[in-house]
Design a protein around this ligand. Structure first.
Ligand SMILES: Cc1cc2nc3c(=O)[nH]c(=O)nc-3n(C[C@H](O)[C@H](O)[C@H](O)COP(=O)(O)OP(=O)(O)OC[C@H]3O[C@@H](n4cnc5c(N)ncnc54)[C@H](O)[C@@H]3O)c2cc1C
Length: 336
């Protein structure tokens, strides 16, 4: 990176494909920056199915989603890519820099990030956690309301309520047993959980021991507290009864939604509504030096799988580098 922060390639999105692009660019000695809207690496895999097994990625007969993206990160970041987390890309312009035309990317809270080329690996777009349908819910962010469990210690000895019916909700109801104060309340709007049966059974067993309090079919109606969360009101939607549950941490694990957002306004031709049209020979979009790979990249016959995205990342990175250096595109083996 130069002193003004100029790198060869900005990679937008730190899913498995963005991390692969970082590997292929780094392997060719290209300085790289990754910009990611979430506070974590791993894209859809880490956000939506970290505890599920994946069977179809080459070289891994069976691997947990989180383990797979941890390995992608280890491989992708080995050449020292700069990683910017928690920033959603907003604007992209071409600007002059020491006689060179480069890209300036800004995010909602950072930038401009300068680079000679862009590889967009934004999946279905920026991920955002689904939020509770409680008025003013955002005001409790940073005051006891959590959308992720990143460090268990944050919840040590705290009274916790977990909201959700999927794997994450069940996994953390079980996973925080040795950290949070028990019983941990688990609130779900249906009687049936979507999570793995074995996790649900384990939670029910813990309930019989007084370590979990399962509340279904229930919805959070109100959050109480003065400066930080002190409790919530939960309505049983069958009976209409409302119960106050005291808690210091409210962890809502309701999944994520995504949107292409500002990327759709950068003048890149779209393939359908949600993909950026690329030439599959180079993975370049209609805009020179802007490449795309992975789920966000579209062309006739596209298959959205991790393996395919990783191959596209290799094509995009090598073509971006060839353009920046004015060379022919040629693969370089990694063996030493
Ligand atoms: C439940 C489920 C199971 C699956 N199982 C399999 C499977 O078994 N095998 C398989 O091959 N595939 C599977 N897939 C599909 C696979 O997860 C995707 O193909 C893969 O994650 C695509 O990787 P990606 O890096 O292109 O995008 P993503 O993983 O979606 O990552 C994109 C990243 O870009 C970030 N981003 C987007 N927009 C912006 C922005 N404006 N600013 C900053 N950051 C941004 C996002 O926050 C996200 O982290 C599954 C998907 C799901 C949902």
């Amino acid at each position: 990176m130069t002193s003004d922060g100029l790198v060869d390639i900005t990679i937008l999105g730190a899913g498995p494909v963005g991390l692969s692009a970082a590997y292929y660019a780094g392997h060719r000695d290209a300085p790289v920056r990754i910009v990611e809207s979430l506070e974590q690496l791993g894209g859809q895999v880490a956000a939506t199915y970290p505890e599920k097994h994946v069977y179809d990625v080459a070289g891994h007969p069976k691997i947990l989603g989180q383990k797979l993206v941890d390995l992608c990160a280890e491989q992708g970041l080995q050449y020292g890519a700069e990683v910017v987390l928690g920033e959603e890309a907003k604007t992209l312009e071409r600007v002059g820099q020491n006689g060179e035309e480069v890209f300036a990317l800004t995010t909602e809270n950072g930038g401009p990030y300068l680079s000679r080329a862009m590889i967009i690996t934004a999946g279905h777009g920026a991920f955002e956690p689904r939020k509770l349908g409680v008025e003013g819910v955002e005001e409790w962010e940073g005051k006891g309301l959590h959308y992720f469990v990143r460090q268990k210690d944050v919840f040590r000895d705290k009274a916790c309520v977990i909201v959700g019916g999927g794997d994450s909700a069940l996994d953390w109801t079980l996973g925080l047993q040795d950290t949070a104060r028990t019983p941990i309340a688990l609130v779900h709007r249906r009687d049936n959980f979507r999570a793995l049966e074995s996790s649900v059974n384990e939670a029910r067993e813990l309930e019989s021991e007084g370590l979990v309090k399962i509340m279904t079919p229930c919805e959070v109606r109100e959050i109480h507290g003065d400066g930080s969360i002190a409790g919530i009101s939960v309505e049983n939607t069958n009976t209409g009864e409302v119960e106050r549950v005291d808690c210091e941490a409210l962890i809502t694990l309701l999944g994520f939604h995504s949107h292409l957002g500002a990327i759709a306004d950068w003048g890149i031709e779209l393939e359908g509504k949600r993909q950026l049209k690329v030439n599959p020979m180079t993975m370049e979009t209609n805009l020179p030096r802007i490449f795309a790979a992975g789920d966000v990249a579209g062309y006739p016959g596209k298959i959205t799988l991790i393996t395919i995205g990783m191959g596209e990342a290799a094509i995009a990175a090598n073509n971006a580098i060839a353009q920046i250096r004015g060379e022919k595109v040629q693969p370089k083996y990694s063996t030493d």
